[in-house]
Design a protein around this ligand. Structure first.
Ligand code: B12
Length: 158
C-alpha cells in the first residue's frame, strides 16, 4: 500500500492513502437511491468511492474491477433478483485470477419472498461472496466488515 508523506509543523507524518471501493448495482436492477446511500456510507468509512450506478452489465463490472483493482466491491440489489444476479456475477468475477481475492459483498432486498433463507445465503457465500447483508441486518455489520479492510487486511495478489 502506498503512503503519502506530509510535512507538518517541522515534522513529517505518514498518512495511509485512501483506497477505492466500487459500489454497483447489477444488470436487472434500476433502483438508484440504495446506491447513493451506499456511496455516502462507504465514503464516511474513509474510502474513495466509484459508483457505477444502476443496471450495470456484467462485462462493465468486470472491466472496472480489473482496471481499478478496488479494495472492495459492494453490490446492491433491491428489486428481488439480487440472489439470482449475485450468483451469476460472482461466478463470473471469480473466474479472473486477478479478482479471486478481491473482497466482494452483496446486500439489500435480495429475494422476492422477503429475507433470504439460510440456504440461499450459503449459496452466495459458497459461490464466492465474502459477506451477505440481507436487509434486516442494518448497516452495523457492514461497517464492521469494512473496518477489517480499513485496518489493513489487504487484497492478496493472485
Ligand atoms: C423508488 C422505488 C422504485 C423506483 C426506483 C427509482 C430510482 N431511481 O431508484 C422505480 C419506480 C423505478 C421502481 C421500479 C421497480 N421496483 Co421498486 N421501489 C421503490 C421504493 C418505493 C423505494 C426504494 C428506495 O429508493 N429506497 C431508498 C433507499 C435509500 O433504500 P433501499 O433501496 O431500501 O436500500 C436500503 C437497504 O436495502 C440497504 N441496502 C441496499 N443495498 C445494500 C447493500 C449493502 C452492502 C448493504 C449493507 C445494505 C444495502 O440500505 C439501504 C438503506 O437502508 C421501494 C419500496 C420501499 N419503500 O422501499 C420499491 C421496491 C424496492 N421496488 C420493488 C419492485 C418489485 C420494483 C419493480 C420490479 C416493480 C415492477 N413490477 O416493475 C421495479 C424494478 C425495476 C428494476 N428493473 O429494478 C420492490 C422489491 C421487492 C423485493 N425485493 O422483493 C419494493 C421493495 C416495493 C415492494 N414493497 O414491493 N421502484
Amino acid at each position: 500500500m502506498t503512503e503519502e508523506l506530509h510535512s507538518y509543523a517541522g515534522g513529517v507524518v505518514t498518512e495511509p492513502s485512501r483506497r477505492t471501493v466500487i459500489v454497483s448495482s447489477m444488470a436487472s436492477d434500476s433502483h438508484t437511491w440504495n446506491l447513493v446511500y451506499l456511496e455516502l456510507l462507504v465514503g464516511e468509512l474513509g474510502f474513495d468511492v466509484v459508483n457505477l450506478g444502476a443496471c450495470v452489465p456484467d462485462e462493465l463490472l468486470e472491466t472496472e474491477c480489473l482496471s481499478r483493482r478496488p479494495a472492495m466491491l459492494v453490490l446492491s440489489s433491491v428489486n428481488g433478483h439480487g440472489h439470482q444476479d449475485g450468483l451469476r456475477v460472482i461466478q463470473r468475477l471469480r473466474t479472473f485470477p486477478e479478482l479471486r481475492a478481491m473482497p466482494v459483498v452483496i446486500g439489500g432486498k435480495l429475494g422476492v419472498g422477503g429475507a433470504l433463507s439460510a440456504e440461499e445465503t450459503a449459496q452466495l457465500l459458497l459461490a464466492g461472496f465474502d459477506a451477505v447483508f440481507d436487509d434486516q441486518q442494518g448497516a452495523a455489520s457492514f461497517r464492521r466488515f469494512a473496518a477489517t479492510l480499513s485496518a489493513g487486511v489487504t487484497q492478496v495478489e493472485a
